[in-house]
Design a binder for this molecule. Structure first.
Ligand code: MN
Length: 709
């Protein structure tokens, strides 16, 4: 990779060399936009910034990428480093390029750890969070490659950090994606900056070896070419030098010196068919003596990656060892370009948008791997990387968050901060509002919408998956229930005080505290909680303030003078937690009673509800309530009708109910052997008056035997 400055004309020429009808206007437009956006910036070495995106695009052109990828390469730093927004890119260049640039921007904000054990994790993150489209990684690679090529301009510490990251993260990823040449480049460049002296030494020795063996290799190459011609086998023969980091690794691993390495130089033969690979090997055998055990058939038994080749070492003309690698054009392309070969520009519009998605690549890969004996291992490896038990999402600032699969915006909110969780009212994914129980997907950018007055709901417990969210919600509910109990208790005592013509000032008086203590309760708050929680009746408390009057210990609610009986007005006390009982369907206007639940506020029942008799053995937990009809609000009410079983009766009744503007929520009907029918309705009514009128009307219908709620 040369450090020569690339111009837009160079780039266009390069693209046209493999893609004759490339969209040159698009490339020019991207170039112009990028150079204007980066106008005021320079690279660290002082050159105009645009040289960098141009170089990146040029690397992508070397990889024979499609114009979309190359244009995205030209634009890859505009959102990250200039005032340009993804929206701008979308408007000017469309969805695909905007997607790529956006993903690259996110990627650049991702901090990699260089610990060995973090590698696999980072690999997965890179694949999953960014690579909905593998072109993102390819552009990232090109970006890193150019940065590595210009690393000498950075201060030493920074240089070493970036080189280490390249060696630990980028090279293995390139390797796992099967891009052999990039892996080699990344390794050699990192080696150069991490261990400059050792690197220099090895490079010098390689050059020397090459010089020494040049004539010798020429001889070998000539010999083979001659024989291939005679046998009428097509083949390109070239000599190759093992890359410096590979040599270093081999020296380390086998504890040998450079001089003991025999395959520093090798010969590569590219032929046309698989059968000819073996034919070429036959020719080599006929020319020189094979070194026993130095044969590897990665065609019959491929390595678990996308690598197929025959490796054969022989004793060459001067008694020197020579290693041959024999493969087809296709095998070579896959070995060198790996995943990138699937994104290459293809003639005749064979490049399909859907093809460009990682998943479809995978499918293709799965197909092509079927014939291989160790395809299973390969697939397990790929699957492991693709079907994870975690999802990676982004905050609007670009922070990456890892959450268990199935997590929701609420889980994310609690993972940010408890208060964010509590105040969470909604979420946006990539700008669109989603429900709180939306299941997060890889790569989502999530914005949590909060409201300072909002609190969590018990319902959230049904869909959150993280332990943190669960425990924080439960904790909040517990605190909230205590608050509710305090308010309810306060209200109940206040009410009783008023009944005895005592002012609310008594509520927080020293006398009240004395009462609390006499009941074994340490604070006023706890006293109110006890009442609100139904452990203590308000009478038990207030009676202690009235020593001179003999009072009934427990006043049955039913005998209280109705005029005085205001009870708790549910309406107007918004904060008090109440709900209507599901057994008796109370509605405004009914004779009602409240039942103080343990910590969940008041349940409103009809006073004649059978359930209530069973529940309210303890009168202290019953409280009077007044419930005013509020606007057009309707409440569910149940109506039971017994009728003679005749055709059309149900239709008649339904029509009648609808005619008085009452909605039917639910109907249940059954007939008895004695020709009677029982029909149950759940209706939506405003108040008692409305349902009473309806009952009268129904009762007057022919054949109706009984109507009751
Ligand atoms: Mn860059």
């Amino acid at each position: 990779m040369a450090n020569d400055v690339v111009t837009i004309d160079d780039l266009i020429k390069k693209v046209l060399s493999y893609n004759h009808d490339a969209d040159i206007d698009l490339l020019k437009k991207a170039y112009t936009f990028s150079s204007e956006a980066h106008m005021s910036q320079t690279r660290i070495e002082g050159s105009p910034y645009i040289e960098h995106p141009l170089a990146v695009a040029s690397i992508l052109a070397d990889m024979k990428m499609d114009t979309t990828t190359i244009a995205a390469g030209l634009l890859h730093d505009t959102v990250e480093d200039t005032i340009t927004t993804v929206k701008d890119i979308k408007g000017l260049f469309g969805n695909d390029i905007a997607f790529l640039v956006n993903a690259l921007t996110k990627l650049s904000k991702m901090e990699f750890m260089t610990k060995e054990e973090a590698q696999a994790e980072n690999f997965r993150k890179m694949l999953l969070a960014m690579a909905e489209d593998v072109r993102v990684i390819l552009i990232k690679f090109a970006d890193r490659l150019h940065n590595m090529n210009t690393l000498e301009h950075l201060p030493d510490s920074k240089r070493k950090r970036i080189a280490a990251e390249t060696l630990d993260i980028y090279a293995p990823i390139a390797n796992r994606l099967g891009i052999g040449w990039l892996k080699t480049e990344f390794e050699d460049l990192s080696f150069k900056f991490l261990l400059p002296e050792l690197y220099g030494e090895i490079v010098k020795k390689i050059a020397k070896r090459k010089e020494e063996q040049e004539g010798y290799l020429k001889e070998v190459v000539g010999e083979i070419e001659k024989r291939l011609k005679e046998e009428n086998i097509s083949g390109k023969v070239s000599s190759r030098v093992k890359h410096s980091y590979g040599i270093y690794q081999k020296m380390q691993k086998q504890r040998i010196t450079f001089e003991q390495i025999h395959d520093v130089l090798g010969i590569r033969i590219i032929t046309d068919t698989k059968a000819n690979c073996y034919a070429v090997m036959g020719i080599i055998h006929s020319l020189w003596t094979p070194v026993p055990g130095r044969f590897k058939d990665y065609i019959g038994v491929p390595k678990s990656k996308m690598y197929q080749s025959l490796h054969r070492t022989v004793i060459g003309p001067n008694g020197e060892r020579v290693e041959f690698k024999i493969r087809t054009e296709e095998m070579n392309r896959i070995a060198e370009d790996g995943i990138a070969s699937h994104w290459r520009y293809k003639e005749k519009g064979a490049f399909n948008e859907k093809d460009s998605r990682y998943i479809s690549w995978l499918r293709e890969l799965i197909q092509s791997q079927k014939e291989f004996s160790d395809a299973k291992d390969f697939l397990e490896e790929v699957k492991g990387a693709v079907v994870p038990d975690v999802v990676y999402v982004f905050t609007p600032k670009g922070d990456i968050k890892e959450l268990p699969v199935g997590s929701t915006p609420v889980d994310l909110a609690y993972s940010i901060h408890t208060q964010v969780g509590h105040r969470c009212v909604g979420a946006k994914v990539d700008g669109k509002i989603v429900p709180l129980k939306y299941q997060l997907r890889n790569g989502d950018t999530l914005e949590i919408i909060t409201s300072p007055t909002h609190g969590p709901s018990r319902d959230w417990l049904k869909f959150v998956v993280t332990q943190r969210a669960k425990s924080r919600i439960k904790q909040w509910i517990k605190t909230e229930e205590r608050k509710q109990s305090i308010e309810l208790g306060t209200k109940l005592i206040e009410e009783d005080l008023r009944r005895h013509s005592l002012g609310p000032s008594m509520l927080k008086s020293d006398k009240m505290l004395d009462i609390a203590k006499s009941l074994g309760i340490q604070s006023l708050e706890d006293l109110f909680v006890s009442v609100g929680y139904g452990k203590l009746s308000p009478h038990q408390v207030v009676n202690k303030l009235l020593p001179e009057k003999p009072v009934e210990e427990v006043v049955p609610k039913t005998v209280k003078p109705p005029a005085e009986q205001k009870g708790i007005s549910i309406k107007g006390i918004d904060d008090i937690l109440y709900h209507t009982a599901k057994c008796c369907f109370p509605i405004p206007g009914d004779n009602l009673v409240g039942f103080i639940t343990r910590g969940k506020g008041v349940t409103i029942h009809n006073r004649n509800c059978h359930n209530l008799e069973r529940l309210a053995v303890d009168d202290a937990r019953l409280v009077d309530v007044e419930w005013k009809q509020e606007g057009d609000t309707t409440y569910p009410a149940r109506l039971l009708v017994e009728t003679v079983d005749r055709p059309g009766i149900l239709a008649n009744l339904s029509a009648l109910i609808s005619s008085v503007n009452v909605n039917i929520r639910h109907i249940e009907a059954s007939s008895t052997p004695d020709k009677k029918a029982h029909i149950g309705f759940i209706l939506e009514v405003k108040d008692k008056k409305q349902i009473s009128t309806l009952i009268q009307k129904i009762a007057s219908v022919d054949g109706i035997l009984r109507v009751k709620r």
